[in-house]
Design a protein around this ligand. Structure first.
Ligand code: ARG
Length: 286
């Protein structure tokens, strides 16, 4: 379902040109030291199943046309951070991507937001790197934003985000390259609970997260590192989660989040899964 309202639902990018063309995170490397090989028809089926899951839940989907030269553009969580400010205006902060390969993706998103009437913002160059909602997760129950830094987004960028968005940003340092974006190791579930991989964080970040959520769940076994368990999306009370994290899905079911498992093998080859593939739009707000 595509609606004309550019403020609700999720923004996706068609996977026609998705492939692994370079390695900017450890998941993109093949066992023989080369890079992973994606099966394009399986990728398309997996992406369609994700889009259909949103549609089935009544979530509007907006789909960007892909650029043949930008194989990672399908990961819509990274190029922007849209929000609705206190006076109700739609605004978006565009990313400054860490890698040269991904930098040209941002202009495509900028055009989409501009056409939708969003006010466009950028950080000063001195702020360094910002990778959108990959490293910026709004806390579901507080005015704060959880901000990952260390591999992609820079610490300096988080202070600038706080000033721009007029919300406190809690800086969380990531220390293990397998969890290079915050959305790979932390998933807020509701105002008091979250799923996380504690090994991804330094001691201060662990303490901050323990402070922010009463109830912290961990993916069983290696589902957090290999199965992208935390890269889930809770929407309409359901958890859209990588099918490679079945024990985590059962854990979520026991907590009342009815899981919808989605096969994501091709996207994991690039270091991404469910959460990375969409941008959640700000909605009408309270
Ligand atoms: N290959 C992409 C990269 O390394 C994957 C991005 C995944 N996105 C995310 N939000 N974790 O940049």
């Amino acid at each position: 379902m595509t609606t004309m309202t550019p403020d609700e639902g999720v923004l996706l990018c068609a996977p026609d040109h998705f492939r692994v063309a370079y390695a900017i995170n450890p998941h993109m490397r093949a066992a023989d030291g080369g890079i992973n090989v994606v099966d394009p028809s399986i990728a398309r089926e997996q992406w369609k199943a994700l889009r259909d899951a949103y549609t089935g839940l009544g979530v509007a989907t907006h789909v960007l046309d892909p650029d043949p030269d930008l194989p990672d553009m399908v990961f819509c969580a990274n190029q922007s951070f849209p929000w609705r400010d206190d006076s109700g205006r739609l605004r978006v902060l565009l990313s400054s991507m860490a890698s040269a390969e991904r930098r040209p993706e941002v202009a495509h998103f900028e055009r989409w937001y501009r056409a939708g009437g969003y006010e466009i913002h950028r950080l000063p160059e001195s702020a360094g790197v910002l990778e959108g909602m990959g490293d910026l997760l709004p806390h579901p129950g507080r005015r704060a934003i959880l901000g990952g830094w260390g591999f992609r987004t820079s610490e300096a960028a988080l202070a600038e985000v706080a000033a721009m968005v007029e919300r406190p940003v809690v800086p969380l340092r990531l220390v293990d390259p397998r969890w290079y974006h915050l959305d790979t190791c932390l998933a807020p579930l509701d105002p008091s609970s979250a799923l996380w991989c504690p090994d991804a964080f330094d001691a201060d970040a662990r303490a901050a997260i323990e402070d922010l959520f009463d109830d912290l769940l961990e993916p069983p076994g290696d589902e957090g590192a290999i199965g992208f368990a935390c890269n889930l999306h809770v929407v309409r009370g359901r958890a859209l989660i990588d099918a490679a994290a079945p024990r985590t899905a059962e854990l979520l079911r026991s907590r009342g989040f009815d899981p919808i498992p989605l096969a994501m093998s091709e996207f994991r080859k690039s270091g991404g899964s469910v959460f990375c593939l969409k941008m959640e739009l700000p909605g009408r707000g309270a």
